[in-house]
Design a protein around this ligand. Structure first.
Ligand code: DC
Length: 228
């Protein structure tokens, strides 16, 4: 069986990471959450006063981009891959609404994207990788053997994010989350640098009415076909 690259792109809060993690675990591949990388850069900016009133101080960020070190480590206890920013576990902090509200601005900056894309490409040396994001099938791995483009309505996605935050004890009003989801869709699709779009050879799936189990089986069947 050959080892392949699986690229999963789509709108925010579509369940891309659930899908990607499930597949990676089932087939023994590495999983990389590219959104966590843009979230970490956003947190770095917030902590270092590089975003004021929704505007990024790009000159200062450009000077300091080399100081931002992002790693993923598997936590045996929680059984999840966790994100580290300069040696500190920031897995929960990067998921807050404060970060979600500013990540689209940071991820639209060209030099930030180039730095992250280079890092993402460096993870694929031996293939056998599942990566999720917005531009994985179009920019990061245009030659990926399997590309998925995931969609669901903004209301369903906002409900999922609301439930996820609540489970983690970080409840936020549903209306604020829905607003954030719509805002990010717009910014992700209209930005000049690598806008969110479906790669021509990606398989599209609307998972709005699907259970996680159904989604898992759907993807595993396609994966098994592709690695034959
Ligand atoms: O998948 P997520 O919601 O954690 O992603 C956070 C943000 O990062 C999202 O608003 C868009 C951006 N992003 C991106 O521009 N490119 C990627 N490959 C992944 C995420």
């Amino acid at each position: 069986m050959k080892r392949i690259i699986v690229a999963i792109d789509g709108f925010s809060s579509c369940g891309k990471s659930t899908m990607a993690k499930d597949l990676a675990k089932s087939v023994g591949y590495a999983y990389v959450d590219s959104g966590a990388m843009y979230r970490s850069v956003t947190l770095f900016c917030q902590r270092n006063g590089l975003i004021q009133n929704g505007v990024v101080d790009e000159d200062s960020l450009r000077e300091r981009i080399g100081d931002i070190h992002i790693e993923f480590k598997f936590n045996e206890e929680t059984q999840r891959n966790e994100t580290y920013l300069n040696g500190e576990n920031v897995e929960d902090e990067i998921r807050t609404l404060a970060v979600s509200n500013q990540v689209s601005i940071v991820s639209s900056i060209g030099f930030v994207r180039r730095a992250m894309v280079a890092l993402q490409q460096s993870y694929s040396k031996d293939k056998g990788i599942v990566m999720d994001g917005r531009d994985i099938g179009t920019v990061v791995f245009p030659d990926a053997e399997l590309k998925i483009f995931l969609t669901a309505s903004p209301e369903i996605r906002a409900q999922r994010r609301y439930d996820e935050l609540k489970r983690k004890g970080m409840e936020e009003p549903y209306a604020d989350i829905l607003e954030n989801v719509k805002q990010r869709d717009h910014l992700d699709m209209t930005r000049a640098e690598s806008p969110l779009r479906k790669a021509e050879d990606a398989i599209e799936l609307d998972n709005g009415e699907m259970t996680i189990e159904e989604q898992r089986k759907w993807l595993l069947d396609i994966f098994n076909e592709r690695v034959k």
